[in-house]
Design a protein around this ligand. Structure first.
Ligand code: ADE
Length: 306
């Protein structure tokens, strides 16, 4: 297992994001917390948001201590309770950040959630919840940050998606939603380019280990199961995702927009089985019956002539 480090570090230069302001949704746990920490370490003012105030408070105290301990304090960190599925709460997240810091340079859409289930067993309620969180919530945050700030002042958006490049059997809802965010990223990058807004995505592999994700999946030990299919033959860290996000937020990426950067050590292009298909004969070859008049191709009774 990957042991999370209590130290904050960055390959980027100290003060890179001094006087910048970032919103990180889902910034109290896992990948979002690593992103918030690295941004703070680089001098950024950060607003973290999620549904759970208690979690945000705990994470804020921890992060401020960590930044202080390394002589990079005092961290400029605030938090707002926000369910990204609720339009009014998203509007409030943007306006609260503007009241607190006076501007918004960066939006990192990391807040999201899903649960493992075969597609056949996903209820409409479960499907809608996952799509509303991962797709609609991301859209609302993008639209609101644009309307309230970035249309006039420019800015940079990074959406965190997933490794859904070969579909996402066992979590089809999140696969569909994240794939839609990949496409949304491209639309917004074009629509908002002339306002000085860059929009990109980062797609972490399923092998990024965080305590939060491990706890979420419980017995469904997605992490150790995944190691053989990772070309690096190890799990990835939340800090490795954070570095990619910081790169896209930095001037080093000033000519990059509408792009999705995979952080998966090549897992998504490595042929491996995340879903085992049992032996079956239920998809026979199609062919015309000899006596067929062309109106009733028999898919289920292939002839032996093939
Ligand atoms: N993280 C997971 N679900 C979320 C939601 N609905 N709003 C904000 N952050 C979240």
């Amino acid at each position: 297992m990957v042991v999370p480090s209590s130290k904050v570090a960055s390959v980027f230069r100290a003060g890179l994001f001094k006087d910048r302001v970032a919103i990180v949704t889902g910034g109290g746990t896992g990948i979002g917390k690593a992103i918030a920490l690295e941004l703070l370490y680089l001098g950024c003012k950060v607003m973290i948001a999620s549904r759970k105030t208690e979690q945000l408070e705990k994470a804020s105290v921890e992060m401020c201590k960590q930044i202080d301990r390394q002589g990079r304090g005092p961290a400029q960190l605030h938090h707002v309770q926000c369910n990204i599925r609720k339009e009014e709460q998203v509007k409030n997240l943007m306006s609260a950040t503007l009241s607190t810091y006076g501007k918004i340079d960066f939006l990192v859409n990391n807040g999201g959630g899903q649960f493992p289930s075969a597609a056949a067993n996903i209820s409409l309620k479960g499907w809608n919840a996952v799509v509303e969180t991962n797709l609609t919530g991301t859209f609302l945050c993008c639209r609101e940050v644009y309307n309230q700030w970035m249309q006039e002042h420019g800015g940079i958006i990074v959406n965190i998606i997933a490794d859904m490049w070969k579909g996402f059997p066992s979590m089809s809802h999140t696969g569909a939603a994240r794939s839609a965010v990949d496409n949304l990223t491209k639309s917004l990058a074009i629509e908002w380019a002339s306002d000085g807004v860059r929009v990109n995505s980062v797609a972490p592999g399923s092998s990024i280990y965080s305590e939060t994700a491990a706890a979420n999946y419980g017995d469904f030990n997605i992490f150790s199961r995944n190691i053989p299919s990772v070309p690096a033959k190890r799990l990835g860290t939340t800090e490795e995702v954070s570095a990619a996000v910081c790169f896209l937020l930095s001037p080093a990426a000033s000519f990059i927009s509408g792009e999705t950067l995979k952080v998966d050590a090549g897992s998504s292009i490595y042929p491996s089985m995340t879903w085992t298909i049992p032996e079956h004969k239920k998809l026979p070859a199609y062919r015309w019956d000899d006596d067929d008049d062309g109106t009733s191709g028999s898919q289920n009774t292939p002839k032996s002539k093939l």
